[in-house]
Ligand binder design. Structure first.
Ligand code: G3I
Length: 356
């Protein structure tokens, strides 16, 4: 009898701790015939039962928003920090989700000690990159499904490589292909992406990237996918997005919409560079956003052959957690769940796009 009472108390306590309201919409990943993912910030996520319940219900792929970047993995020269990544591995394995690695080389997450050391001794950087990628990708071989090997290697706007980075300044554009080769050596089965923003709308930037991708393919550099971050705005024309998706799909590579969100306001891609044309989200705006999400999913399904659909990943799936507000210092509502973690019409739009 005592045992039964104890069991009952345990069950009551447990359900009180993790009680979540019933989810009344369909599961995105169950409707989709490709993986659907979201980014999360592990430290907040692990303390948030409702977000975790929604994440487990809707998604079968997970990307960490920051936790797998170089400044987190190697904040100092003294060693690697794997703890949070190992937690992401355990979580995705427990819930049968794909873990995506974002990212190996990115100008914006290169720790200052690496920059300093490379400036003092340029010869050092290539060996460091090789060791870092071999150690990191090797450790998660067969566990991390795919990687953004190089993130944002092209200039913010227009044609040409990004030059304001220690990687380009020290190693030239060849740092990109080296990173792909090192990643492939460490895990020959991992899907290796080049990932960037605005390539769906800035044709000069997109064309620069495509020259590199085609050159890699011609020379056997082991690239296996193109990541369109797809941080878009309501007024980005579908025709332009369709054009770039079509060209990218023609390479035969995997296509990942890797950081999707759709904003109403405008910004200039720099921290704090936002212009708030909209301060409130109206019913009309919600419906327009629903339509845009539907069209984006439809374009992905119609243009990208199914065997090249690596999936669609949201960059946070709630307006409460979106990076947009913090980074651009402006209000916006870019995702499919609202500030109170209630589904928005945008979620129905995404589902409509999956079904039609
Ligand atoms: O966790 C700390 C928190 O303890 C502290 O109170 C707070 C104060 O600023 O900072 C928190 O860390 C922030 C972290 O995000 C988690 O919220 C960092 O300051 C902030 O720099 C970091 O920003 C991330 C950014 O990349 C830089 O790593 C964003 O969350 C993340 O969404 C953003 O993601 C990038 C992609 O990697 C590449 N594409 C663009 C995208 C958006 O910028």
């Amino acid at each position: 009898m005592k045992i039964y009472s104890l069991l009952l108390i345990c069950i009551l306590c447990l359900s009180a701790c993790v009680s979540t309201p019933p989810i009344t919409v369909e599961s995105l990943h169950e409707v989709a015939d490709f993986p659907v993912g979201t980014s999360v910030r592990m430290n907040e996520f692990k303390k948030d039962p409702l977000t975790r319940a929604l994440q487990q219900y809707h998604f079968d792929s997970l990307t960490t928003g920051s936790d797998m970047k170089m400044h987190k993995v190697m904040p100092t020269e003294n060693g690697y920090y794997w703890k949070v990544i190992d937690e992401a591995v355990a979580y995705t394995q427990k819930h049968e989700q794909r873990l995506f690695g974002h990212n190996l080389i990115w100008h914006s997450s290169t720790p200052s000690w690496v920059v300093k050391k490379a400036r003092q001794n340029p010869q050092w950087l290539d060996g460091f990159m090789k060791e870092y990628i071999h150690t990191y990708v090797g450790r998660y071989k067969g566990v991390v499904d795919g990687w953004d090997v190089v993130n944002e290697g092209f200039a913010t706007k227009g044609a040409g490589y990004r030059t304001d980075t220690i990687w380009y300044q020290t190693l030239g554009p060849e740092y990109i292909e080296k990173a792909f080769r090192y990643a492939h050596e460490a895990d020959p089965d991992a899907i290796l992406f080049y990932n960037d923003f605005n390539i769906e709308r800035d044709l000069e930037k997109f064309n620069s990237m495509m020259v590199m991708v085609k050159d890699f393919q011609a020379r056997g550099v082991p690239i296996s996918g193109i990541g369109f971050q797809m941080h878009i705005r309501m007024d980005i024309p579908n025709e332009v997005i369709a054009h770039t998706l079509k060209q990218a799909a023609a390479t035969g590579l995997q296509i990942h919409l890797s950081e999707v969100d759709i904003i109403f306001n405008t910004h200039d891609d720099s921290r704090g560079g936002g212009i708030e044309n909209h301060r409130q989200l109206t019913e009309e705006m919600k419906l327009a956003q629903k339509k845009k999400y539907k069209e984006l999913v439809q374009m992905y399904r119609e243009i990208v052959p199914s065997e090249q659909q690596y999936g669609i990943t949201f960059w946070s799936f709630t307006d409460r957690d979106t990076w947009i507000r913090r980074f651009f210092n402006m209000i916006d509502w870019p995702t499919i769940y609202d500030d109170d973690l209630k589904p928005k019409p945008a979620l129905d739009g995404f589902l409509d796009g999956l079904r039609d």
